[in-house]
Design a protein around this ligand. Structure first.
Ligand code: SF4
Length: 693
């Protein structure tokens, strides 16, 4: 049974990967063609063009696997589901409800995210659920909530960027992560207004009119320096600050101590360039500040994003037509994935699980007593770190995530997984995480199922089923429905049909911050552009938020006072360099999908470590050598790539690769106190030749 044989006709759909969710069609021979859609305007990147190879991958699993005698062996669906239900029931009876945990993913559809949260709270009654979006953009979400009272990645359509005079892009490399995005930066670049803030001279930084390269972990100080210059040079938008914000005084009291010359010493970015950015933002009629993972993935990620939002507020950008602040979501459903209840502290509609009114509403939709719903659970890394410990979960179900590659301090995470009594994964292929499981369930992907995604603009999209899945494979919704019945739930409580689940999601989200009640498959099929909130079937959606007021009760945005404290781990004599991690064009996240695509795997088959040639030479290395990069948590083997634009104290590793090439063997799980985001972007390392192991 080949994928080709099942394609019905030309089906309009969206790419399986990132949050740009480029529009594409799938044709009768499973061939992809880009289609006109506002976010990609007819463009696709290599990942999108080659995505049909995922459907026909010979590595696909088509039967459940059960571990027996140390080996994963093919089994029937009934045997696998019966075994899971039996083991979970026994563990919960003996050790309590929280002995079973769930780990979800930001690539799962809205329907899966929703049903997974409901499955945890109702079918299992566990508080222990979180997802990999915690590693992705939880810091921007928390900072957005603080500043605006509501978090939607981009609170305006992406196409608005075309009219910008100035765009300050912080810690984002869309030229590799989402190449069609770059066309939205061209207007500002043509006017000399594209500023890229990144310690590396990335392909995106190459296109900038001004590239600021702060030392890793100092971008918060850089934002303070530009804010200082804004005020000191008389460039503050006083009318906006007075009329639409509160809290400027305390924020300024901190920033007052970060004059540009001092910030130059902390960051390495010249005082003149800081003043230049302040002047560019002040002069522009239309300007945007956009942040991404580079700002967020720190133990001070929330404060770092807050610092950039403060700067945007000082220039009067958020909530003004043609200007704004936004966060670029990364994962395909990074936005929707955090709204529907797979996050430890949330219920559907972006409601807080500790809020009694939210519990009452959602419990009503679910037909269960509010007091039966558990409270907040552990955040993603804390959950993984607790697995198999005395108080921690003894069983874990993983959907849409490959934590052995993507979690920080990943050797430790793999150790924790091995301490579990029972590990279940739902997967396309035998990923590095699934290889450790006791039961692996083969599930559908992308073009083999219906479902909605919410893109980086907060626009809800319908991803249509284009082809039948391979025989033997089921949808995640089907898996949850079948398990729920085995756990004693009435069948009607856990529907497996995506549109039916979405209808319930609409009711559960009604009245919440992310209100989907007016979104329907019918409206999406008709091509309506629906940005949440959509509080009613006649409501046109909300492309632009905050134009009249922000979501705090007084309608004003908040300045948040933030102080530069720097990274949790600093270089020393033992580990004299700073490692930072990121992405390459050809691969997506843990690489579990893109490593299956021959064209992408051939183009970039292995990890590299980018390093300045002088630094390489000092370590006894030259371009193309195999190097060992060592941190306090582990060591990685990667091929040296000498890059003259690298800061001499910094090395860069992409994190898409398995085994000894896993960049996350090195990373530091120091967590942000609010978002619980780990510090993926900075850790202290040393570099040496492989023979020096
Ligand atoms: Fe578009 Fe992202 Fe897919 Fe590339 S990976 S085609 S940028 S959605």
């Amino acid at each position: 049974t080949t994928a080709e044989a099942h394609v019905k006709t030309q089906v309009e759909t969206h790419c399986p990967y990132c949050a740009l969710q480029c529009g594409m069609t799938l044709g009768p021979a499973a061939e992809v063609a880009p289609r006109q859609f506002p976010t990609n305007a007819g463009g696709l990147c290599q990942k999108g063009w080659t995505s049909p190879a995922l459907l026909a991958s010979p590595a696909r699993l088509t039967t459940p696997l059960i571990r027996s005698g140390g080996e994963l062996r093919p089994a029937s669906w009934d045997d696998a589901l019966d075994l899971i239900a039996d083991r979970l029931t026994t563990l919960q009876r003996e050790h309590g409800k929280d002995s079973v945990a769930i780990f979800g993913g930001g690539g799962l559809t809205n329907e899966k995210s929703y049903l997974l949260g409901k499955f945890a709270r109702v079918a299992l009654g566990t508080s222990q659920i979180d997802y990999n979006g915690r590693f992705c953009m939880s810091s921007a979400a928390a900072a957005g909530m603080k500043a605006f009272g509501l978090d939607r990645g981009l609170p305006f359509p992406l196409t608005d960027l075309a009219g910008a005079d100035v765009i300050v892009l912080v810690g984002a490399n869309p030229a590799e992560t989402m190449p069609p995005f770059v066309q939205h930066l061209r207007g500002a670049a043509a006017k000399g207004g594209l500023v890229v803030v990144d310690p590396r001279r990335t392909p995106t930084a190459e296109q900038a009119n001004l590239h600021l390269a702060p030392a890793p972990g100092t971008d918060l100080a850089l934002a303070l320096g530009i804010l200082h210059a804004t005020v000191a040079d008389g460039l503050l938008d006083q009318a906006y600050v007075d009329g639409r914000t509160t809290g400027f005084g305390p924020a300024w009291r901190v920033a007052a101590a970060y004059w540009p010359e001092r910030v130059e010493r902390i960051t390495g970015v010249s005082a003149a360039d800081q003043r230049r950015v302040a002047a560019m933002l002040a002069r522009a009629d239309n300007a945007y500040v956009l942040t991404a993972r580079g700002a967020e993935q720190h133990a001070t990620g929330v404060d770092t994003v807050s610092a950039w939002i403060n700067l945007a507020l000082a220039h009067g950008l958020p909530g003004r037509a043609g200007s704004g602040y936004g966060c670029l979501t990364g994962q395909g459903n990074g936005q929707g994935g955090r709204e529907h209840g797979q996050k430890a502290d949330q219920l559907p509609g972006y409601r807080k699980i500790a809020d009694p009114a939210a519990r009452e509403h959602v419990a009503g939709v679910w037909g269960v007593p509010a007091e039966s719903l558990p409270g907040p659970g552990r955040s993603a890394y804390e959950l993984l770190d607790a697995l198999g410990t005395e108080d921690g979960p003894r069983a874990l179900l993983v959907f849409g995530s490959n934590v052995v590659v993507s979690a920080p301090r990943s050797a430790h995470v793999a150790d924790r997984l091995s301490e579990l009594d029972f590990l279940v994964t739902a997967d396309l292929v035998l990923s590095e995480t699934s290889a450790l499981a006791d039961v692996v369930l083969p599930v559908t992907q992308w073009a083999e199922e219906d479902g909605t995604m919410t893109n980086l603009e907060g626009r809800v999209l319908l991803r249509r089923k284009a082809i039948n899945p391979p025989e033997g494979v089921r949808t995640d919704l089907d898996v949850l429905a079948a398990l729920a019945v085995r756990l004693g739930q009435p069948p009607e409580r856990f529907p497996a049909d995506a549109e039916t689940v979405f209808t319930e999601l609409r009711a559960a989200s009604a009245g919440g911050p992310a209100d989907y009640s007016g979104v329907s498959y019918e409206r999406l099929r008709a091509g309506e552009a629906l940005y949440w909130p959509v509080p009613g079937t006649e409501h046109p959606g909300t492309p632009r938020l905050f134009l009249d007021s922000f979501a705090h009760p007084d309608g004003r945005a908040r300045f948040v006072p933030v102080e530069h404290t720097g990274p949790a781990e600093r270089p020393d004599t033992e580990f004299p360099l700073v490692a930072t991690t990121g992405r390459v064009l050809q691969h997506y996240q843990s690489g579990a999908q893109t490593r299956l695509v021959p064209e992408l795997a051939d183009a970039v088959p292995e990890a590299c470590v980018e390093v300045h040639p002088d630094t390489a030479e000092r370590a006894g290395l030259t371009d193309g050598d195999l190097a060992v990069v060592t941190s306090r948590r582990g060591e990685v083997t990667a091929r040296v790539r000498c890059v003259t634009s690298m800061r001499p104290e910094v090395v860069f590793l992409p994190f898409h690769f398995p085994g000894e090439q896993r960049a996350n063997l090195l990373t530091n799980p120091a967590l942000d106190p609010t978002s619980r985001m780990p510090e993926f972007k900075v850790c202290a390392v040393r570099l040496g030749p492989q023979s020096g192991k």
